[in-house]
Design a binder for this molecule. Structure first.
Ligand SMILES: C[S@@+](CC[C@H](N)C(=O)[O-])C[C@H]1O[C@@H](n2cnc3c(N)ncnc32)[C@H](O)[C@@H]1O
Length: 363
């Protein structure tokens, strides 16, 4: 889709899927963090006008709706910071927000300007004053690749309990990689935080994969967990990746659940950031790949707590516990694994269950 020029534009199917992941994740993220912290921040750095042409809500309204209508009441301060470079879109968003009645603990700030300048300034001030940011989720959703310097993402991720969800426009980057204008190429270098990005133009292999892998590697330098969701167009060509990066194990798990929960439409894919060569299609039976992963990782290990297998599944593969359980059940049936009759607490294990404290041997 060409970059929309008008204030509002039509929602496309990719954006619906992106919003669904966002909504599902925020449903989990808001209550978890607000139960531990008296203040949390949601930044929508490329907020858009708040609504699409056919009245569907945009990301700012989705975030507010999730927080306001959550069945678990949140009492701490929730700060929403919406930024967009276009004043007409910001005015539209302000109008939309007039129809919204906020609880008193919501603080909503709407600003016209460039995301990297606004956030950069706040982070600089914090550094000068030696203060830190409250736990923050930053949604970074540009049309292109300018204005998302990696330096800024790095600064955010270095703050404790900050995480980012980024639309990474890999198809556009690929097309502009050899652009004659230095300024354009410089945006690409800035977005990756390394000159290596432009050298990909001369590299062998698939450029899209190489660009994705490089961005993933960059994020992994500052975040323990990096996941991505691949968005393809109707021609089955990769348009962009939704990258999620966090240092929080639970946040990572909740994002994986959100990604798995999005109904596939044939063109959406859930990809494995841990092993870039492994692509997991929603419609595929995930158990065979996970069986291989678990066997390779733990082969020859005896009497280890199942907790290790669960943690491995959740932290280092794209899968969830709900995928691990049938894998272990099947493996036990065909005697690929052995589970001890007694758990680490000395109690009997119930047959065909796989609690953390049962002991497993991979045969
Ligand atoms: C993809 S749209 C955002 C859609 C919105 N996040 C949603 O999901 O409903 C990108 C928005 O970013 C704005 N924009 C582009 N460059 C920007 C920048 N450097 N800083 C802030 N906003 C920018 C555009 O005006 C546009 O409204």
């Amino acid at each position: 889709m060409p970059v929309p020029k008008k204030t509002i534009w039509e929602l496309d199917p990719h954006t619906t899927a992106k919003h669904e992941i966002l909504r599902r994740y925020l449903k989990a993220w808001f209550p978890i963090l607000s139960s531990w912290h008296s203040r949390i921040i949601y930044i929508d750095g490329f907020s858009g006008p708040g609504r699409y042409k056919n009245s569907e809500p945009g990301s700012p309204l989705i975030a507010l709706d999730v927080a306001a209508n959550h069945r678990r009441k949140m009492s701490g301060e929730l700060i929403f910071w919406f930024i967009d470079e276009r004043s007409d879109r910001i005015e539209n968003l302000k109008e939309e927000l007039k129809n919204f009645s906020f609880p008193s603990h919501f603080k909503v700030k709407v600003e016209c300007g460039l995301f990297h300048e606004k956030l950069g300034w706040v982070l600089e001030c914090m550094e000068e004053n030696k203060t830190t940011l409250a736990p923050t989720f930053a949604f970074i959703d540009p049309f292109g690749f300018s204005g998302i310097p990696f330096k800024l993402i790095e600064c955010l991720l270095k703050q404790e309990k900050c995480e980012v969800f980024i639309t990474f426009m890999v198809d556009a980057i690929n097309r502009f990689l050899e652009h004659p204008q230095d300024k354009i190429v410089q945006y690409i270098v800035e977005a990756f935080g390394t000159e290596e990005a432009i050298r990909i133009a001369e590299s062998s292999g698939d450029r899209i994969t190489n660009l994705r892998t490089l961005y993933q590697q960059q994020l992994r330098k500052v975040a323990k967990f990096v996941r991505y969701f691949e968005m393809r167009d109707r021609q089955n060509r990769t348009q962009y990746y939704l990258f999620f990066a966090t240092n929080n194990e639970l946040g990572h798990l909740k994002m994986k659940e959100a990604m798995w929960g999005v109904d596939p439409d044939g063109e959406f894919r859930f990809s494995d950031a841990t092993d870039p060569n492994q692509l997991v299609l929603f419609e595929n039976d995930p158990t065979s790949a996970l069986t291989k992963n678990i066997c390779n990782r733990f082969r020859g290990k005896t009497r280890i707590p199942i907790q290790l297998v669960r943690k491995y599944t959740e932290n280092d593969t794209p899968y969830l516990k709900k995928h691990m359980t049938p894998v272990l059940r099947k493996a036990e049936e065909i005697r690929k694994i052995k589970i001890e009759p007694l758990k680490t607490d000395g109690k009997k294990r119930i047959a065909r269950t796989y609690p953390d404290n049962a002991l497993i041997t991979i045969l």
